[in-house]
Design a protein around this ligand. Structure first.
Ligand code: ATP
Length: 295
């Protein structure tokens, strides 16, 4: 086999809580990560030389060593003594800098893809260990699906698949830098922080209770980001007044998602949203939850 094709799915945070900070400045989180049906496609091909090359038509991401897929390939080559060159082609569909772990998911796909291309003896646990130094969300993305992520993202508990639903995802035209969001969060006095009930959400997932999952959604990072960017609240109110069970921001934003138990209602809400002029340029998706990958 000279090449392999893989899919890299985006994620949303059904809940995201920050519960502390490590001495090195990393935030300690508790979050329910959920893979969704918006995906990048990646092709990894062995080449004659000894270099790693990355190509993509997306103008929004780097193609050199700053691209996370380059770094993932580099770690795999060094760890397993691979001497072939590798060319990696990336078709980007996950919105960039959106709170959907697009870069992390691409990197995870490259860890899995190189393992499978060479038949390497590395299970998902081993790949998660190798991935953590590249980014705290990458270990989750190795298996994806529905997981509780704790610590800085390295303590993972696989959960049963979330009950199915129709999901609307909208990425406003805003660039929000993740470090700035965490910095702003650090300035909110603890007594004013509204923490989501992550344990109640995990219970609801275990019971297959979509209404319980929707009711317990919450993102501690939204307090500040929502105040700074009113469009986030505007989108959520739109969805809630158009039949959604729930609507919140994912990750460090600015993407907003809405959960529907009725597919027709969700389609209709998206059609109506498309007619709102101030939302016209936003990226929009009708999708759902996607189960995780074994191994
Ligand atoms: P997270 O939810 O993990 O915070 P995000 O969705 O906010 O991630 P990404 O789309 O992963 O953000 O992009 C964050 C930054 O990473 C971008 O500024 C981009 O230039 C850089 N980056 C490096 N490699 C990639 C990649 N393969 N895909 C997307 N972005 C990448």
């Amino acid at each position: 086999m000279d090449s392999i094709s893989c899919k890299a799915y985006g994620k949303i945070n059904l809940s995201l809580d920050v519960v502390g900070k490590r001495a090195d400045g990393y935030h300690l989180v508790r979050m329910v990560m959920q893979q969704v049906g918006i995906c990048d496609s990646i092709e990894i091909r062995k080449t004659e030389g000894t270099d790693i090359s990355v190509s993509t038509k997306s103008g929004e991401i780097p193609t050199g060593p700053d691209n996370l897929v380059f770094r993932a390939a580099d770690v795999m080559r060094k760890t397993f003594g691979i001497t072939d060159g590798l060319s990696i082609h990336l078709v980007k569909r996950i919105p960039v800098a959106a709170g959907m772990a697009g870069g992390s998911s691409d990197a995870a796909a490259v860890f899995r893809g190189i393992r499978d291309l060479y038949g390497l003896p590395a299970d998902n646990r081993r790949l998660e260990e190798l991935a953590l130094p590249l980014g705290a969300d990458i270990p989750y993305c190795i298996a994806g699906g529905t997981q509780l992520s704790e610590g800085i993202g390295e303590i993972l508990t696989v959960l049963p698949p979330s009950p199915s639903c129709t999901l609307l995802v909208v990425k406003p035209d805003l660039y929000i830098a993740t470090p700035a969001v965490y910095k702003a969060f650090d300035h909110i006095p603890e007594r004013e922080v509204i923490h989501p009930d992550v344990d109640a959400q995990v219970d609801a997932i275990r019971k297959g209770d979509l209404f319980g999952v929707a009711k317990t959604c919450g993102n501690v990072l939204e307090q500040q980001t929502g105040a700074d960017h009113p469009v986030i609240g505007q989108l959520e109110r739109f969805f809630l007044s158009h039949g959604a069970l729930q609507s919140i921001m994912t990750g460090s934003g600015p993407t907003v998602f809405a959960i529907y138990d009725d597919h027709a209602k969700a389609e209709q809400a998206m059609e109506e949203l498309k007619r709102v002029e101030s939302f016209a340029s936003f990226q929009k998706f009708v999708t759902g939850f996607v189960p995780g990958m074994d191994a």
